[in-house]
Unconditional design. Structure first.
Ligand code: NAP
Length: 185
């Protein structure tokens, strides 16, 4: 959809994990600086997209339009539990149909995970904002993208035509940074 800008957001451990072995984001991966960055990005977004287990849980969450991926519907349907949400099964309908039902045809879309959802948009990101916590390891955790840890998250993004931009510090004490990976072609 020409009018939509698509950005991805994740924070990963040094070994490329976004959650622990129980598929829960561990406290070790939660940093105030990254939370501030992520919150302000979502406050600017027109639409949030995520899998059924990846709700961002922020004070402004109830105000945001969102598309939730689930096999619980055959195509697209309003979410009976949230007037601002649309349920989407990509096997039955395209992203455009989900955006139509959400009433969003232009503006910024934030893709916030989990791994299968990130993968689905890998060739469509305008920018992927990769936050990294280099002093945290999550052995046996859930990799942020399919193909990790055989390849690093950076290698996966580069293989999909994205290039690293200027690194921003989010938490100097813990070495946490965010890097925009932008599409160049
Ligand atoms: N560190 C970070 O920045 C970060 C980012 C994102 C997530 N996380 C954490 O990582 C964990 C991710 O959980 P998760 O692996 O369960 O991923 P998830 O994508 O949040 O949820 C998976 C569920 O989404 C639905 N889904 C995903 N892909 C689908 C598809 N192609 N078609 C239809 N439905 C689809 C399915 O729901 P149904 O079962 O209803 O069919 C599936 O069970 C969470 O704990 C989350 O908090 C961390």
């Amino acid at each position: 959809m020409a009018g939509l800008r698509i950005d991805g957001y994740v924070i990963v451990s040094a070994d490329g994990m976004l959650a622990n072995a129980d598929r829960v984001m561990p406290d070790q991966l939660k940093f105030e600086g990254d939370k501030r960055f992520f919150t302000s990005a979502l406050d600017r977004a027109d639409l949030i997209v995520h899998g059924r287990n990846s709700h961002e849980d922020q004070p402004n969450s109830p105000n945001r339009k969102r598309i939730v991926l689930t096999h619980g519907v055959s195509a697209v349907a309003p979410d009976p539990s949230n007037a601002k949400a649309v349920l989407w099964n990509p096997a039955g309908a395209g992203f455009e149909a989900a955006c139509d039902l959400a009433g969003v045809h232009s503006g910024a879309v934030a893709i916030i995970g989990g791994p299968q959802v990130f993968a689905m948009f890998m060739d469509r990101y305008d920018t992927f904002w990769l936050s990294e916590a280099p002093r945290v390891r999550v052995p046996g955790g859930e990799p942020c993208f399919p193909g990790v840890p055989a390849r690093t998250p950076r290698q996966v993004l580069a293989a999909h035509g994205l290039q690293a931009g200027e690194v921003q510090n989010l938490d100097s004490a813990n070495g946490v940074t965010v890097t925009p990976w932008r599409r160049t072609r």
